[in-house]
Design a protein around this ligand. Structure first.
Ligand code: BGC
Length: 408
């Protein structure tokens, strides 16, 4: 395999999934509503808020040169317009630790969670959200911009639609738990309570993409050199017999409408986990006989190559693989998954596609949203009782690939 010298080899996390104690965001509220879909709350997560330094050192020791993580908006701006200098200083220390260990930080400004006050004010369908998000990004850049070479405005802008299409997360305002959640964030009208993952409507898409543009502008106006883009959840789509028309329509609604809206960005962040087979009536369950991951997804490492090719075809932009991974308790399957996925990246490079990095999801076994701590995506295991970290063989394998294929 041959990779460019400056290829980014990394692992990723998101604030709410690893930091612990993120009590001011909408996810924390949803996790604690009686009768809601969460199997357990995030609690202390991986206590990464305090252990970030050791975790970053570990990634460097493994041979990786990139760490993708997110800033928790609700820590930095816990009430609208009230910015916490202490929280900004915390992230300054995180960024400084990355630089100190020779790790390139890749910073995500929004990864699923939003401050409670934003949710109360209409969340991801409200007219003011793009401007509010841009203001947050500008404030962050003013404080931290000198340490941020790579920025991702919004993680998986199309996630609400992917979830809606897969029937993984139907918003049902009539249910009691939903009303209770809206009440808990002080949103007077449950119909106006729109956390990010529920913004599948056209209005939601427009709000998210406008927020992306507002953020991009805010980031670039402070740091013209920062490499800025958005990330998307992309799949290898396949039509089962009779499913072609439906497949085209779903791919357009879930992916193409977003890919086509990011002209002029510095890169597109590709996040791929599996193949999606589409039948006449929509997304089909995993095919009989195909191995499944802990998420119930088909084990399909080749999906990554397909989605990189499609992202390039539609956008013409450079690609960074910002997430790719597998939830499994059998680490040998993770080793094979990574080797095959990275092989796909190598084939794209051989064909002249501009792929700049591969970031595995996730650095740590962490809080997998409604499924709690059950699925384990990590390169590094975390003991839920003691927070002790244990490096898995797959982490060493990825580090070895990175060392053999770059300047790490
Ligand atoms: C998200 C992560 C999540 C991962 C695995 C992505 O959709 O960005 O937050 O943990 O997939 O499901």
């Amino acid at each position: 395999m041959s990779f460019p010298e400056r290829f980014l080899w990394g692992a990723g996390t998101s604030a709410h999934q690893v930091e612990g104690g993120n009590v001011y965001n909408d996810s924390w509220v949803l996790e604690h509503v009686r009768g809601g879909p969460y199997v357990e709350p995030s609690g202390d997560a991986c206590d990464h808020y305090h252990r970030y330094r050791d975790d970053i050192a570990l990634l460097a020791e493994l041979g990786l040169n990139t760490y993708r993580f997110s800033l928790e908006w609700s820590r930095i701006e816990p009430e609208e317009g009230e910015f916490s200098r202490a929280a900004l200083e915390h992230y300054r220390r995180v960024l400084a630790a990355c630089h100190e260990y020779g790790i390139t930080p890749m910073v995500t400004f929004h990864h699923v969670t939003s401050p409670r006050w934003l949710a109360a004010a209409g969340g991801w369908e409200a007219n003011d959200t793009p401007e509010r998000f841009g203001r947050f990004c500008g404030r962050v850049m003013a404080h931290l911009g000198d340490l941020i070479p790579f920025a991702c405005t919004i993680n998986e802008a199309n996630l609400p639609r992917v979830l809606a299409a897969g029937a993984g997360l139907e918003r049902d305002d009539s249910q009691g738990w939903w009303r209770e959640a809206a009440g808990a964030v002080a949103c007077s009208d449950p119909d106006r309570f729109v956390p990010f993952v529920y913004a599948a409507s056209e209005r939601g898409r427009e709000t998210i993409m406008a927020a992306h543009r507002s953020a991009l502008q805010a980031i670039k106006s402070v740091s013209g050199d920062a490499v800025v883009g958005i990330t998307l959840a992309l799949h290898a789509f396949e039509a089962a017999p009779g499913g072609n028309a439906r497949m085209e329509a779903l791919r357009r609604w879930c992916e193409d409408e977003f890919l086509e809206a990011i002209e002029g960005d510095d890169y597109v962040g590709v996040q791929t986990y599996t193949r999606l087979r589409i039948g006449r009536d929509g997304v089909l369950p995993a095919e009989e006989g195909v191995e499944r991951t802990q998420m119930g997804y088909e084990y399909w490492p080749d999906a990554l190559e397909a989605s990189i090719r499609r992202a390039v075809e539609v956008t013409g932009l450079p690609v960074i693989v910002t997430e790719n991974g597998i939830a499994t308790d059998d680490d040998t399957r993770r080793v094979e998954f990574i080797e095959r996925a990275v092989g796909g990246v190598a084939r794209c490079l051989e064909d002249g596609l501009d792929v700049r990095g591969y970031v595995y999801w996730s650095a740590l076994d962490n809080f997998e949203w409604i499924l709690g701590y059950r699925p384990t995506f990590g390169l590094i295991a975390v003991d839920r009782r003691t927070q002790e970290r244990t490096v898995k063989p797959s982490a060493r394998r990825l580090g070895e690939i990175a060392r053999q294929n770059g300047l790490c």
